[in-house]
Design a protein around this ligand. Structure first.
Ligand code: F6R
Length: 241
């Protein structure tokens, strides 16, 4: 795990976006996966700016979703699809066929899993994945005590995730399940970017980097990964020894 501590959220977002831009410059047909949630918002801003300035070319890239709340679609503010489309895909020159996203409203969620697994295996592997960390250390919707041999799957949401979910939605929603790339798929990615900002993440950052490596804290499982870059701001890093 390579740890990069930046002064603040803005600097962290810019540095992580620069990393992504450099990756895509070297591998134009990158299969890229970026989490929803709040943390990547700054990265989206920089990536959109770079695309508009011609500093990054997404035309040969493919994009796959990390996760979604089961029962929510793009029309729900705060769903992963709404977040990714409104803040990223709709603002860059990208065609719909370059994107494979979970449909949280599909009748058959198992088919959604197979659809996304196939999109990834058709490409060979994930190239670059950008992940936030839940307050409980979850990665995507891989919650505490996650099995490690999973591809896309349906997950019962942890109480912490349900509690935190209210920050995303206009009204409280009774979310019970998620659909997510599994740890096997995620850990096979060529390169992983982990991002965390703010004091509220300081405790989970300590557990991730300095705590016991355990599936109770899924993010701690990345400790020995050489091809993982953990971008933090000073606040999130403030409790590290
Ligand atoms: C969202 C996702 C989650 C978030 C994590 C952190 O698609 O996969 O694992 O990355 O819960 O969320 P924020 O960034 O809102 O603190």
């Amino acid at each position: 795990m390579n740890i990069i501590i930046n002064k603040d959220y803005e600097a962290m977002s810019e540095k992580a976006a620069d990393f992504i831009a450099e990756y895509i410059a070297k591998k134009p047909d990158t299969l890229l996966c970026i989490a929803g949630g709040e943390t990547p918002m700054g990265i989206f801003r920089y990536l959109v700016k770079y695309a508009n300035e011609g500093k990054i070319d997404f035309s040969s890239c493919k994009f796959v979703s990390l996760d979604e709340w089961v029962g929510l679609g793009r029309e729900t503010r705060g769903s992963c699809k709404e977040t990714l489309y409104n803040n990223f895909f709709d603002l860059i020159p990208v065609k719909e066929e370059q994107i494979c996203f979970f449909d949280g409203l599909a009748d058959n969620m198992e088919n959604e899993c197979r659809k996304v697994d196939k999109f990834i295996s058709d490409h060979g592997n994930l190239d670059l994945i950008v992940l936030g960390i839940g307050m409980n250390g979850h990665i995507g919707f891989n919650e505490p005590n996650v099995p490690l041999d999973t591809e896309c799957h349906i997950v019962g949401l942890d109480p912490v995730t349900k509690e935190v979910s209210v920050k995303y939605f206009d009204t409280a929603l009774d979310v019970k399940q998620g659909i997510s790339l599994g740890m096997k798929t995620i850990t096979r990615a060529d390169t992983i970017l982990l991002i965390a900002d703010d004091f509220r993440k300081a405790d989970i950052v300590v557990k991730t980097i300095e705590g016991e490596k355990t599936s109770e804290v899924p993010s701690s499982l990345f400790q020995d990964f050489p091809k993982l870059w953990f971008f933090l701001d000073e606040a999130a890093a403030s409790k590290l020894t």
